[in-house]
Write a new protein. Structure first.
Length: 209
């Protein structure tokens, strides 16, 4: 599993990176691909990379799980955007993620002996805001919950403003039970659905990037 705390420490300590490679952190193409078909573009495969302080990289899945070993060579297809600002792989834009730490509490299926509700509680959950996910097992006593986070940039033509969005999934990994949103530069976002509550805070140091 990825160790975000160590990653953030490396990012903070790393020297300024050359302009010809990605800065340390997690980069994904979630926002580029999400509305691609709606905009009349071909949807690119999902991409996520972790970049270390020394410039080496490895692919990740949405849960932050490495999908291969570290590589010191260039990311295949990586190049500057045609506008000269930002990066892309085979034409699909990559965006650098911010790391959040969350807690989650879910109502258990069975109440306490006195008849009152009983709740789970999980803390120190790590998720990044460019399509990142974290799953919280109910261990049979409560529903399994997945938190997902995006820093949403809506499809071209939409009147919606960019938003930091926190989604709660239960039985469907694609369609959320519900979601809450905040300003895209927010350092805190939370949700309360009565049967589940969660809150995510931006990691210290991320706001200064």
């Amino acid at each position: 599993m990825i160790r975000p705390a160590a990653l953030i420490a490396l990012v903070a300590a790393a020297p300024a990176f050359a302009e010809d490679r990605l800065a340390p952190g997690i980069w994904t193409n979630t926002e580029d691909s999400y509305f691609a078909e709606e905009e009349g573009r071909e949807r690119a495969p999902d991409l996520a990379f972790e970049i270390a302080a020394d410039g080496s990289w490895r692919a990740l899945d949405a849960f932050g799980v490495p999908q291969g070993d570290w590589s010191e060579g260039p990311i295949p297809g990586l190049e500057r955007r045609e506008t000269g600002s930002g990066w892309q792989v085979e034409g699909s834009e990559l965006r650098r993620a911010r790391m959040f730490t969350c807690w989650l509490s879910a109502r258990k299926f069975a109440g306490k002996p006195d008849g009152s509700e009983d709740w789970t509680f999980a803390r120190a959950l790590r998720v990044f805001d460019q399509g990142g996910r974290v799953i919280v097992s109910g261990k049979g006593a409560a529903p399994d919950i997945t938190l997902r986070m995006r820093n949403v940039t809506w499809a071209k033509g939409s009147r919606n403003r960019p938003s930091l969005v926190l989604y709660v999934h239960k039985d469907d990994p694609e369609r959320a039970e519900s979601y809450a949103w905040a300003s895209p530069d927010a350092s805190l976002v939370g949700i309360n659905l009565r049967w589940v509550q969660a809150s995510c805070s931006l990691d210290q140091g991320e706001a200064q990037r």
